[in-house]
Design a protein around this ligand. Structure first.
Ligand code: C2E
Ligand code: CA
Ligand code: CA
Length: 571
């Protein structure tokens, strides 16, 4: 084996270490440097030998700095710290330097050893990391974090000074098709170009940041009134929609801008961001190429709608105390004044919104397809109520339930309903299904077929809100109907208008001629009752007779056990 002696070992270590090493005699003359020294400083060993470390001095430190180093070495035997030096090329760099005095056996200093490494790269990396914490690498603009921190400062100062703060959310155009067509690198290039354009139109005191992908935000602290912000938004939209070419193809950019203000739209950071984002969404929905201010009413309505949708879905999954309740509004036979049926109407007590009208939550449920579950919830409860009233001998022949349009798409509906009704010991004829004209027409032949099936099984079918949709009398004959409910909007017109009276009478007569029961809904006063009395045998429903009632109150109206339980009370 090849052995290696101690001086050779030291040589090897000196040559291979990444730290620059310089050894001087006690007078500070350089005796030895290693390869890393040459690498970092640019001086060959021959150029350095015999010189003093002053060879590397930059003008960055005063003489006193070097004096203090030597004082400490004399006192402590060593020193370490950061020093700015100069390379042979003249470039100044930062290094970490540690100097140690070497003593002989009698305690005299014989040598000094200086070990150092270059800190420039590390510092540059640290600076970049710090930069990236608050900036976006692609556009070199600030990022969301910077915006949040500036928003904090700006809000604090605006609160103190009573100033207005404007926040703008800008998207620079639809990027998805560009990314899809030209690739992500081209997409990035477009973002960078649009960011440059934005940067050219904002003021030095504005904070402009890239929030994500193609979305930017601009914070204006001074003169952020609506007029100034509108002018700025127009300039931004114009600038960003100027032509851009990529691979010789001209791109159509369609930017949009949304804005919100402190204090009028929100008092806090999150609220202001949400308001500006909401306004931005509005601008996008309005077809882009436009700007929008935050709209409180719309925002409130949207939030309320979301809450209703979300909570309704949750409520339907809960077995007990869902906050949903059925009220019952009697249908009255006008000639006898007796109750001949009732309509079940849904009521919902929301935990925070209070009572929410079905006029509000049913359309929301229809849009989100929750209404299929909702209708089935209602039908299940109605079947339970009917069964329990029957068991107690209360005479109510028929209860009507409103069905939403989507229920008519459900192929299993008739089977589902039959199973419930039969297992509760009821007859199909105890249930009436109210469907609006719109729902029937929207669902077309399939709906008509389903309704025919239901009618054949014994369910009564009622056409609700007649007069608000197509109101074509000609097709009444072709639909599987048992009852026609004339919409309440007809009634207010009866007071002034003879033609309306004639129209209503003709509809009632025609429907009766087709063998349909006629119900007039929304009857509210004596005058209407007097007029309707001339219409022959009709049913009425309305506040004049009964308001929708909770179960307890409704049950009290029903004839007791002795009544002819299985017969409609008004015939
Ligand atoms: P609709 O089926 O036309 O129900 C009649 C509505 O008129 C009910 O409103 C009722 O309270 C109201 N009303 C009754 N008499 C009078 C009156 O004399 N004057 C006036 N101005 N209004 C009267 P409600 O309970 O707010 O229900 C509104 C709508 O919500 C219903 O209209 C129905 O389309 C829907 N809806 C209610 N409950 C349900 C349900 O369980 N399922 C489904 N799918 N829809 C329901
Ligand atoms: Ca109805
Ligand atoms: Ca109705």
């Amino acid at each position: 084996m090849h052995t290696i002696n101690a001086p050779q070992l030291v040589e090897k270590i000196l040559a291979n270490t990444l730290e620059s090493i310089m050894i001087t005699d006690q007078k500070g003359r350089i005796l030895k440097v290693n390869a890393a020294f040459t690498e970092i400083t640019g001086y060959q060993e021959t150029e350095a030998l015999g010189k003093t470390p002053a060879l590397l001095r930059s003008e960055r430190h005063p003489v006193s700095f070097y004096e203090s180093i030597w004082t400490e070495i004399e006192r402590e035997g060593s020193w370490s710290g950061e020093v700015w030096n100069r390379r042979k090329t003249g470039e100044i760099y930062l290094q970490w330097l540690s100097i140690n005095a070497l003593e002989n056996t009698t305690g005299e200093t014989t040598h000094y050893v200086a070990i150092s490494h270059d800190l420039s790269e590390l510092r540059a990396r640290e600076a970049e990391v710090e930069f990236l914490a608050f900036n976006d690498p692609l556009t070199r603009l600030g990022n969301r974090k910077l915006l949040m921190s500036r928003l904090d400062q700006a809000l604090a100062s605006c609160r103190d000074q009573g100033e207005v703060l404007g926040l703008m959310i800008i998207d620079v155009g639809r990027l998805r098709p560009i990314n899809d067509h030209f690739g992500l690198t081209s997409g990035d290039e477009v973002i960078r170009l649009q960011a440059e354009r934005l940067n050219q139109v904002v003021e030095a005191s504005d904070t402009l940041v890239r929030l994500q992908a193609d979305t930017f935000a601009l914070l204006r602290h001074r003169q952020a009134d609506a007029a100034a912000m509108s002018r700025l938004a127009t300039t931004i939209l114009d600038r960003l929609s100027e032509g851009l070419t990529l691979d010789d193809k001209s791109l159509l950019m369609r930017p949009s801008v949304g804005m919100a203000f402190f204090p009028q739209d929100a008092l806090h950071k999150e609220g202001l961001m949400q308001a500006a984002e909401h306004a931005h969404l509005q601008a996008k929905n309005a077809g882009r190429q436009t700007y929008c201010f935050f709209d409180h009413r719309q925002h409130y309505q949207q939030q309320r709608k979301q809450l209703i949708e979300q909570d309704l879905s949750q409520v339907l999954g809960v077995q007990q105390e869902p906050g949903l309740q059925l009220y019952f509004q009697p249908k009255v036979c006008l000639a006898s004044g007796r109750i001949c049926g009732a309509e079940a109407l849904l009521r919902w007590q929301h935990p925070t919104l209070g009572w929410v009208s079905p006029g509000e939550f049913i359309p929301i449920a229809e849009q989100s397809h929750l209404c299929v579950r909702l209708d089935r919830w209602v039908l299940s409860r109605v079947v339970e109520h009917l069964a329990s009233w029957k068991a107690r001998g209360l005479g109510l022949y028929q209860l009507a339930v409103n069905l939403s349009a989507h229920q008519l798409d459900q192929e299993d509906f008739a089977e589902w309903l039959d199973t419930r009704v039969q297992s509760a010991g009821l007859k199909a004829s105890n249930l009436q299904l109210e469907i609006t004209e719109g729902a029937m027409i929207r669902n077309g032949d399939a709906a008509v077929a389903l309704l025919k099936d239901l009618q054949q099984r014994g369910y009564s079918i009622s056409l609700d809100d007649f007069g608000t949709g197509y109101s074509s009398l000609s097709y009444l004959d072709s639909l599987p109907l048992n009852e026609l409910k004339i919409d309440r909007s007809f009634l207010p017109r009866l007071r002034q208008d003879q033609r309306s009276i004639k129209l209503l009478r003709s509809i009632a007569q025609l429907a009766q001629g087709l063998g349909l029961e006629v119900v007039v809904e929304g009857v509210e006063d004596d005058h209407q009752v007097a007029l309707l009395n001339q219409f022959g045998h009709i049913k009425v429903q309305g506040y004049y007779f009964y308001r929708p009632l909770p179960e307890e109150a409704f049950k009290k109206l029903l004839p007791g056990a002795k009544a002819k339980e299985e017969l409609p009370l008004c015939h």
